[in-house]
Write a protein that binds this ligand. Structure first.
Ligand code: ZN
Length: 412
């Protein structure tokens, strides 16, 4: 595998792609740098969103090699937030109940990270297995008792897992399906592993939320596709599968949980038709409508930069709160560097002591806020704003103010 320019749609293979938003070029959002690496060159890749005029899938125009993105230093861990842990607990319980899973059923989680969901299925009495491409994370999951195979989810590993563990009653993928370049191979792997009555449950950020809430920062190189129901439905149809249910989940600024099964194996919920009708009404697969979203993002960039610059002119001290991957799209696209944000404060230890890709803003521990008490904290993990503001109540009690950047600049 290597980098490639997207010349045809990942879902329908049409070459009729139209550009709707150009965020310039940025380094990969999770490639935080060490002090030594600041002296080396960084590779920037195009970050441009195109819409397929045939099936309507929004996708990036350029694919960075997955080995570059999900390298051994990949820092993201899904267990750092209580909100995420609660979410996976709810998901395991709800999927177990909905599909009537029992002790002899197998649940496979793809891109299982440190095994939070894998372990949650175990607690629901369901046999479970994680598949995770980052060795460090797979090892951490295994140490914690969540059995995990270290591999990319490809047909050959699918066959091996089926031989060793049997077929799965459910395969889950949370915030993973949107990261996959070769969707055909991914679905082939699902089909190798899934029982005839099995269900593939995936959660991905929903394009409608992204557009309506101006969440352009959630566009980064790991996220290759920006899903809506209509293109997914046509895609699975070509693979002999169908979406049987879909509902919203409060993750990553608004995601969809979709249930996919072999055609005819399960009843199709009315929710599917309802989503399709709404997407049509919202023109979610229409490049002209999406270009308006692109123009709004550009206007927001100018407004936010002006706002922060004005605070600096008044002599205020500003830091970024959180160092999520999406924050780096934001900082690079909006030209916000260390001259505006003194540092990014972060709870996840894996990132503390490193520097943000592109902008080189240092990442420090949350204790910086208490020790230095800056005037403003720009919330980059705005999707976790309630939890973060709650954790950092000492900062606000001492007069610190939070700036929520999206969808409208708001000071709390
Ligand atoms: Zn297409």
């Amino acid at each position: 595998m290597s980098d490639r320019i997207v010349e045809s749609c990942r879902m329908c293979e049409s070459s009729d792609l139209e550009s709707v938003l150009d965020l310039g070029s940025t380094p990969p959002s999770d490639n935080f740098l060490t002090l030594e690496q600041l002296n080396k060159s960084e590779t920037y890749y195009p970050l441009r969103l195109v819409c397929c005029k045939s099936c309507g899938l929004s996708q990036l125009s350029y694919v960075v090699d997955r080995e570059t993105l999900f390298n051994p230093d990949y820092p993201y861990e899904s267990g750092t937030s209580k909100f995420f842990r609660d979410h996976f607990e709810e998901m395991a319980a709800s999927v177990t109940g909905k599909l009537n899973l029992a002790a002899d059923d197998l649940a496979i989680d793809v891109g299982s990270n440190v095994g939070i969901l894998t372990a949650a299925f175990q607690r629901n009495g369901v046999r479970s297995l994680g598949v995770e491409p980052v060795g460090r994370l797979a090892e951490k999951a295994n140490m914690a008792g969540a059995e995990t195979v270290h591999a990319f989810f490809d047909p050959d590993i699918g066959q091996k897992v089926r031989d060793s563990h049997g077929a799965a009653s459910v395969i889950t993928a949370t915030n993973v399906f949107a990261h996959i370049d070769d969707l055909n191979a991914f679905v082939e792997t699902i089909k190798i592993l899934l029982k005839p009555t099995g269900v593939f449950v995936s959660e991905s950020p929903y394009l409608l939320d992204l557009v309506q809430n101006l969440e352009y920062d959630t566009i980064y190189h790991e996220h290759l596709s920006y899903y809506s129901v209509a293109p997914m439905r046509s895609f699975f149809d070509r693979h002999g599968m169908e979406i049987i249910d879909v509902h919203p989940v409060d993750m990553h600024g608004g995601s969809l949980r979709t249930y996919v099964a072999f055609k005819g194996a399960h009843e199709v919920s009315e929710s599917v038709g309802r989503y399709l009708a709404n997407e049509k009404e919202q023109r979610l697969q229409d490049p002209e409508a999406l270009k308006k979203f692109g123009a709004k993002a550009a206007a927001h960039k100018a407004e936010l930069f002006e706002f922060l610059y004005e605070l600096k002119r008044e002599g205020k001290r500003i830091v970024g709160i959180g160092a999520p991957a999406k924050g780096n799209t934001f900082l690079n696209y909006c030209n916000i560097g260390p001259e505006i944000l003194e540092c990014l404060t972060e709870k996840a230890e894996a990132k503390v002591g490193l520097f943000a890709p592109g902008t080189h803003i240092p990442v420090l521990g949350d204790d910086f806020l208490e020790n230095e008490q800056p005037d403003f904290g720009l919330l980059l993990s705005w999707n976790l704003k309630n939890e973060i503001m709650n954790n950092l109540s000492a900062f606000s009690a001492a007069g610190g103010k939070f700036i929520i950047p999206i969808p409208n600049i708001e000071i709390i």
